[in-house]
Design a protein around this ligand. Structure first.
Ligand code: NDP
Length: 285
């Protein structure tokens, strides 16, 4: 009986990429499921992206994660996009379907899964998103596609915030309103879910929190944070003090990784193993 010594390949292209922990999480999941896959964390400079994407095909890789600074630029090398990736205008993962490259954005889907895992649906809800960068785009578009009633976008930089607000309104049909974040803003009273999608509070800046009026958070709100390497971020703690239910960014990270795993392998992902691996990696209790 012949033995196959050739592992199936997936991985990540980005720059910088050295501190990206995704490979540890995915490899733990492959091992848990007994799959012969390897995850390669590869530094790809801007000018090398086209060659790197050709390599995905040449090496017959099953797929690849795409991160900074390639998430938008890579679109021109893809054969097909998911609806969400098309609207968001960025992908964070690619599946190689027999030589055809399919682009998807699983950040927002991972976010939604971290909510549904806690029994929370965004259908008919009003969501206030802090920030208008990549994570905010993915979260707000997926919430809109999942039936959110209204989305507020609060951002310091006016043009970027207004652009995302308009995109939600025109591309998804969901009501959207821009809030200029020029001072410690109040969370709109009709907010059901408040989502921090800024980078404020990311390790090592764990002493920082978004500049909002925390007394405008109520116990009726669900408050979520994209920050994953401090699960008890100041933002989360302030919300807890006001009696709000809170969800940190660890679930979003693990769930988007789990979605990628399943799209590449066709096998259900061991999410618990992935969360546990991340917790160990971040030395969380
Ligand atoms: P971007 O750089 O694209 O966006 C950052 C956003 O944060 C911008 O809207 C920016 O506003 C805002 N911002 C930065 N500093 C401040 C501040 N002091 N006050 C208010 N707003 C501020 O980054 P990403 O969207 O890609 O990532 C954002 C965060 O989400 C990162 O911490 C990242 O690690 C995390 N993330 C987590 C994931 C998970 O799975 N948990 C997945 C993806 C990302 P402005 O435009 O006005 O400058």
């Amino acid at each position: 009986m012949s033995k196959c010594y050739r592992s199936k390949l997936v991985g990540a292209f980005g720059c910088p990429i050295d501190e990206n922990p995704t490979g540890v999480m995915e490899e733990a999941a492959f091992k848990a499921k007994g799959l012969d896959y390897r995850y390669l964390t590869v530094k790809v400079e801007k000018e090398d992206l086209e060659d790197a994407i050709k390599a995905v095909k040449a090496f017959q890789m099953k797929g690849i994660n795409i991160t900074i600074p390639h998430k938008v630029e890579v679109l021109k090398y893809l054969d097909q996009l998911s609806e969400a990736a098309e609207i968001i205008g960025a992908v964070n993962m690619i599946v190689n379907q027999d030589g055809k490259l399919y682009g998807e954005n699983t950040d927002g889907k991972g976010y939604l899964k971290s909510l549904t895992d806690r029994g929370i649906s965004v259908d008919g809800k009003t969501i206030t998103v802090l920030g208008a960068g990549g994570a905010a785009r993915a979260i707000s578009v997926e919430c809109a596609l999942a039936g959110a009633k209204k989305i507020y976008i609060a951002n310091i930089e006016k043009e970027q915030g207004e652009e995302l607000t308009k995109l939600i309104r025109t591309k998804t049909g969901t009501e959207a309103e821009f809030i200029l974040w020029d001072t410690a803003i109040d969370v709109p009273e009709d907010t059901d879910i408040l989502s921090n999608a800024t980078s404020v509070g990311l390790f090592p800046h764990t002493d920082q929190k978004p500049d909002i009026n925390y007394d405008s958070i109520t116990s009726c709100m669900v408050v979520t944070d994209v920050i994953f390497n401090d699960p008890n971020s100041l933002f989360i703690r302030e919300a807890q003090k006001r009696g709000a239910e809170t969800i940190n960014g660890l679930g979003m990270l693990a769930n988007q990784g789990a979605l990628n795993f399943t799209m590449w392998t066709g096998v259900e992902a061991p999410v618990d193993v992935m969360v546990e691996t991340l917790r160990k990696e971040f030395q969380l209790a």
